[in-house]
Ligand binder design. Structure first.
Ligand code: BGC
Length: 358
């Protein structure tokens, strides 16, 4: 009997130990999976979300970082500070459109300076941590417009390097091929360039949502000239809206005929509202007909206009865009058209309220 019991125990002990070991292994596996899903922002995900749902998720956003040179040299010394990611989220924004100027950071072989890329890694990491969607917007529109054929290789090289680098990021990261193609970068040329860029990106990012806008400064009236790869449905189309220019760009040094204007108001008369609605509706109709969702990637008014008019205008454009089903990003956080005053560390309340008002 004793023999039997000891045999039994002897036999059962290792079995029970193996069983415990298996349970432990399973538990460890479950814990690892839980940790992985919590940090899913940095992991690859099955990207089964449609462009329309991605566009909805983009919601309300703001353009950041374009004109912060010091930041791109050392992100601890720029105007934009780490805590702003969360602050932007807490203020009600759900996307940041990061305006990128990498051309001056490329060597003779068009390789991007690793330090600049590490800064971009950091921006993405912090943006995702703050639960923001992040649009990587190649903002080299002036260089591309001045000499498109000469700059084409830089344009494609950028996506050849950036796309694979972020291929495993979650679908909260979105690529915008190029801000406001214009002038010498004609609509025909842009259609050719964008097709090549899409092909390059799709090699490493078959499921990444892309944002692409039409030529002529992403103008709504140019939507009909835009040719997209028909079978690629994971594309959001972007337009910019600064109408009426004489109001939104009054006093802006770069704005030609509007640079000497001042005192232009936007009072929200039925005619003024109708003009905006009918122009934005052209984009909505195009969207419906072509089954492509719309992201209004820039709108706003220069700081020289009176604040009441600017707030009224901003609210009206934002609400109209939302009614038409567009997501949007305000132009811009810092520099000019500002919604946040870095020197005073304070939101420009009338603009922020205009953007967030329901
Ligand atoms: C440009 C800015 C300009 C804004 C409004 C943006 O696309 O990058 O420099 O202030 O449009 O004109």
């Amino acid at each position: 009997m004793i023999k039997f019991v000891s045999k039994l125990t002897n036999h059962r002990l290792p079995l029970w130990t193996t069983y415990k070991y298996k349970i432990m292994k399973r538990l460890l596996f479950i814990i690892a999976m839980l940790i992985a899903s919590i940090s899913m922002n940095s992991l690859s995900l099955a990207q089964d979300i449609s462009a329309r749902d991605q566009c909805l998720k983009l919601g309300r956003g703001v353009n950041i970082l374009g004109y912060d040179k010091a930041f791109w040299q050392d992100h601890t010394k720029g105007r934009f500070k780490e805590q702003y990611f969360k602050m932007i989220k807490d203020a009600g924004f759900s996307n940041i459109r990061v305006n990128l100027f990498p051309f001056s950071q490329m060597d003779s072989l068009n390789m991007i300076d690793p330090h600049w890329l590490e800064t971009l890694d950091w921006v993405i990491e912090k943006g995702l941590e703050a639960n923001l969607m992040i649009i990587l917007d190649l903002h080299e529109f002036t260089a591309m417009a001045d000499n498109p054929e000469a700059k084409k290789e830089m344009f494609l090289s950028f996506w050849k390097q950036v796309a694979p680098r972020y291929k495993d990021k979650s679908n909260n990261v979105v690529f915008e091929l190029l801000n406001e193609p214009n002038q010498k970068l004609t609509v025909e040329m842009w259609n050719r360039f964008l097709a090549e860029a899409v092909k390059i990106i799709r090699e490493s990012n078959p499921d990444r949502t892309l944002i692409i806008g039409p030529g002529n400064w992403n103008g709504i009236e140019s939507l009909n000239t835009l040719t997209l790869p028909e079978n690629d449905r994971n594309i959001i189309v972007t337009v910019h809206f600064y109408y009426p220019m004489r109001f939104t760009h009054q006093g802006a040094a770069w704005a030609g005929e509007y640079k000497n204007l001042s005192g232009i108001k936007w009072t929200g008369t039925p005619e003024e509202k109708e003009e905006i609605e009918s122009k934005l509706k052209v984009a909505a109709d195009w969207s419906l007909k072509n089954d492509r969702p719309i992201f209004l990637g820039e709108f706003g008014s220069y700081d020289k206009g009176d604040m009441d008019s600017r707030a009224r205008y901003t609210a009206f454009v934002a609400r109209t865009a939302e009614k038409l089903g567009f997501s949007w990003a305000y132009w811009q956080f810092d520099s000019d058209f500002i919604v946040y005053n870095i020197d005073e560390e304070a939101w420009v309340e009338p603009i922020l309220n205009a953007l967030m008002k329901k």
